[in-house]
Design a protein around this ligand. Structure first.
Ligand code: GLA
Length: 689
């Protein structure tokens, strides 16, 4: 299925600009210098509500009129942001119910950002008005190329506990369940005497003892937060659609927690946007950040791991936009202390975005702000605005992109996809028995795929996903789908029957959609597909050595959790546990079904095991005929009109040797190359095979 609704006609470079942060006398020379550096789009206005509505109901347009007219005169295109991430002080003072609150119900104060809630009827009305006023006034302006809704929805916080949310949660539950009986059943309220007898008794899972929330309630809460954010986005996109010029796009900078992003894209956006800050991998608070992003602390790919999020974005919208691309050290005054990008890294990271599917890259930001929380979030230029090496690097990247014009609109070629779905993503957060397995494995699979040079996509599965979406991949890995629905089980079965290979890990299929365990032997609805069942399961006992498995004469770790498997029918046991009290029990079962096969692995996925699995399934060695390259270099293959392009990225500060087995064209140097090539530190090589 082609998920692309908007596509840039050519690779385009942009920059985030805040005209309200600078003296107007700088605007013209700033725009001239941007154009000279190959920057043709500015992204503006996403935090500037007051400039248009300084007082309730009083609107002025002179500021952005002047700026947009200047852009039009210069031939600079503009992405205009709706300002709802930062409500004005007059608004939060007069209508405090628009504020979000923490888990104890304590409202956030005016002063930072994203302190509003999505459900307050007043905030929705005020947002409707400001977006309408802006869209009506600027919608037809020739400088505008597209619209950004809000800014990073669910960044800063993805938890909502205001009174408006309490109210809206009850409405959401009524719509979902229809009756209290159905809700009580779904939430298992017979446990700990939680039975609800009136809708008014229902609350968001908030301040409870010992994190002892009802897990089914919390699962519904995460679905509710997603529905709230998506409906706020849709409210704005409906307005923008009404007023924008044909051909202009609607986007947002996304991929935050507690939002079903593929659904938000489908409902409201033409173009998916992402903010790429690979330098997070090197900040002084690196471990905290990696953990926060669900990477676990095993983030040894460092900045290369950013490709994981880019791949998730590609699974939503194959040709996406980078609305903010790192161009300097990152840091807030109050937290985060990042190092400066080394020479070459800004270009490398921007090329990483392109390799993964961005055909628009907008750097954050033109000039570092000299005041406020983000005065250490460095832009291209420093406070003084002088030309510098970062600007030269951005300009070099823009000129590189011209040479890569034939790649624009090409497709990322991947034989493998990691399957994800919103229900299980939420369940992994609610249920530590699930999250402890899922979060590190999601990273481990991506990391090993990178190191084995197995290009890998993400496939976002929903009940209405099309079989063709799955069939694009010879191999799918769905690591720990605890929740399984009938529709998804049928889809997976059809995929295998038609020739696909599906890998499943431990804890597959033991829950229903509401998070309650099913009363069938695991993997429940998938039993016919896996040709296996689980006799017993449990966490590794910390008093014992790590559990191991013997496969083809080699030993592999089966860390953390083990399902003791049993083969059924004609399924074959490929490997058995060879330690602990269940030594000899099957650990890996292969079941051939129709034209394909399913591999059921009883544990979590260690990297050595993944490496072996990739080789067993013929995924490795994809580029062997063309070249030899070290693990340290990423390779992305992009295809278009029968042409094959290889983008090679060296993330290390040391040169890397590549050996080409035949002559290819170096697209950046525009010359044929063969034999040994040395890639410089942080270097990029683009070859046409
Ligand atoms: C995010 C935001 C920007 C800015 C940068 C740097 O991506 O969207 O407004 O805050 O981070 O912190």
């Amino acid at each position: 299925m082609n998920k692309q609704k908007y596509q840039w006609p050519e690779y385009t470079v942009g920059v985030c600009y805040y005209p309200e942060h600078w003296d107007e006398s700088l605007w013209e020379s700033d725009l001239d210098r941007m154009l000279a550096a190959g920057i043709h789009v500015v992204r503006i206005a996403e935090f500037a509500w007051n400039l248009t509505e300084p007082e309730e109901g009083v609107f002025r347009f002179d500021f952005f009129d002047r700026f947009l007219d200047l852009c039009a005169e210069k031939g600079m295109k503009v992405i205009f942001g709706t300002p709802t991430a930062t409500p004005p002080a007059w608004l939060t003072k007069k209508y405090p119910e628009v504020l979000n609150a923490d888990q104890n119900g304590l409202p956030y104060e005016h002063g930072a950002r994203r302190h509003y809630n999505y459900n307050s009827p007043i905030y929705r009305e005020k947002a409707r008005i400001i977006v309408t006023v802006l869209a009506e006034h600027y919608g037809k302006h020739p400088a505008i190329a597209g619209w950004q809704i809000d800014n990073e929805m669910n960044c800063e916080t993805c938890e909502f506990h205001s009174e408006a949310d309490q109210e809206a949660f009850r409405v959401f539950l009524r719509e979902t369940y229809g009756s209290l009986d159905a809700l009580n059943r779904a939430w298992g309220t017979a446990f700990w005497n939680q039975t609800y007898t009136a809708w008014e008794e229902l609350r968001l899972p908030g301040h409870v003892l010992n994190d002892g929330w009802n897990p089914h309630q919390r699962l519904d809460y995460l679905r509710f937060v997603s529905a709230s954010a998506r409906s706020f986005c849709k409210l704005q996109s409906d307005i923008l659609h009404r007023y924008k010029k044909p051909g202009d796009f609607i986007t947002t900078n996304a991929l935050f927690w507690h939002i079903d992003n593929p659904k938000m894209f489908e409902e409201s956006l033409d173009l998916f946007g992402y903010d790429s800050y690979p330098n997070f991998a090197f900040g002084l608070n690196r471990e905290e950040v990696l953990k926060d992003q669900g990477y676990g602390v095993e983030g040894d790919l460092n900045d290369r791991l950013s490709g994981k999020s880019l791949s998730e974005v590609r699974g939503i919208c194959p040709h996406f936009a980078i609305l903010e691309q790192q161009s300097g050290a990152g840091g807030w005054v109050s937290r985060m202390e990042g190092p400066q990008p080394r020479p070459g890294q800004i270009r490398l990271w921007a090329m990483q975005s392109v390799a993964h599917g961005a055909d628009f890259v907008s750097f954050f930001r033109w000039r570092t702000c000299s005041f406020g929380t983000e005065m250490y979030w460095h832009g291209i230029l420093d406070y003084d605005g002088r030309d510098n090496r970062r600007l030269r690097e951005v300009a070099a990247f823009a000129s590189d992109l011209k040479k890569l014009a034939p790649l624009c609109g090409s497709e990322y070629a991947a034989p493998l996809a990691i399957v994800k779905d919103y229900d299980n993503a939420c369940d992994a957060e609610v249920d530590v028995w699930h999250g402890r397995l899922s979060f590190p494995d999601d990273s481990a699979i991506y990391q090993q795929a990178q190191l084995s040079h197995v290009p890998c996509d993400y496939l976002h599965l929903a009940d209405d996903s099309a079989l063709e979406d799955l069939r694009r991949y010879p191999v799918l890995i769905y690591p720990h789908p605890a929740i399984m629905t009938g529709a998804r089980a049928d889809l997976l079965k059809a995929y295998v029957e038609q020739g696909g290979t599906l890998i499943l890990g431990c804890r597959t299929g033991y829950k229903q959609e509401n998070g309650r365990a099913i009363l069938l032997p695991p993997p429940g609805l998938l039993r016919e597909l896996t040709g296996s069942t689980v006799r017993e399961s449990g966490f590794w006992h910390p008093a014992e050595p790590t559990v191991t498995v013997e496969w083809n004469g080699e030993r592999f770790e089966a860390p953390l959790f083990q399902d003791q498997l049993e083969a059924e029918g004609d399924a074959a046991v490929l490997a058995r546990y060879d330690s602990s009290w269940f030594a000899g029990t099957p650990a890996l079962i292969e079941h051939r079904l129709g034209a394909g096969r399913c591999l059921h692995w009883g544990s979590t996925f260690s990297r050595p095991l993944l490496k072996e699995l990739f080789a067993y399934l013929g995924l490795t060695g994809r580029f062997d005929e063309l070249l030899d390259l070290p693990e340290a270099v990423e390779i992305a293959e992009r295809r278009k009109d029968g042409r094959r392009f290889l983008m090679l990225l060296n993330y290390l500060p040391e040169a890397q040797e590549i050996l080409l087995h035949r002559e290819m064209r170096d697209m950046l140097e525009d010359r044929p190359v063969s034999g040994k090539i040395s890639m410089p530190p942080f270097g990029v090589l683009v070859l046409e095979a």
